[in-house]
Design a protein around this ligand. Structure first.
Ligand code: HEC
Length: 146
């Protein structure tokens, strides 16, 4: 019942349900479907790498230093900055809406990328993170998606 309902919703809600259970599984095994990962990597490298680096390592020396306009540069997303402080839900929101609406310079992606594409990018990113960071992120997610 629960499953057919989430399939019928076929929307973000359904996806989040699936994704959340995926995360709980990942919490135990940290195994990802290699197809999803390579899709996420491809999407990231064609849309995001120009600002965040091909391996999400960042493109500036110090991502904590604002530029002359008072804006933050693109941070690394490979586990060396603070991306893991944000739950999946909040990362999806940032990627969809960008940060220009709140005075930053990250473009919005909601018209370019589907929810699946955004989620596969996030999964690929999290696959780069050291175990310790990943587990800390799981705690953040479990708090946000009980
Ligand atoms: C034009 C440059 C640019 C592109 C392209 C870009 N970003 Fe960003 N991104 C930024 C900047 C700058 C920030 C820092 C936030 C701000 O603007 O204050 C950021 C922040 C983020 C954050 C928040 C990180 C954190 O630790 O809080 C995430 C997640 C993110 N970007 C993901 C992506 C993804 C995924 C893509 C591709 C779909 C992408 N970005 C494409 C510039 C970019």
């Amino acid at each position: 019942m629960g499953q057919s309902m989430s399939l019928k919703l076929g929307s973000t809600v359904g996806l989040f349900l699936l994704f959340t259970s995926g995360l709980v599984l990942a919490h135990q095994h940290r195994e990802y479907d290699p197809k999803v990962l390579s899709h996420g990597q491809q999407m990231f490298q064609s849309h995001c790498a120009i600002c965040h680096g091909m391996q999400a390592q960042g493109t500036v020396e110090d991502w904590t230093q604002k530029d002359q306009d008072g804006r933050y540069p693109p941070p690394p997303l490979n586990g060396t900055a603070h991306t893991w402080h944000h739950s999946v839900t909040s990362l999806v929101r940032t990627i969809k809406n960008g940060t220009q609406v709140i005075g930053g310079s990250m473009p919005a992606w909601k018209d370019e990328l589907s929810d699946e594409e955004i989620l596969s990018i996030i999964l690929w990113l999290s696959s780069l993170w050291p175990e310790e960071i990943y587990q800390a992120w799981m705690q953040v997610n479990l708090k946000n998606n009980p």
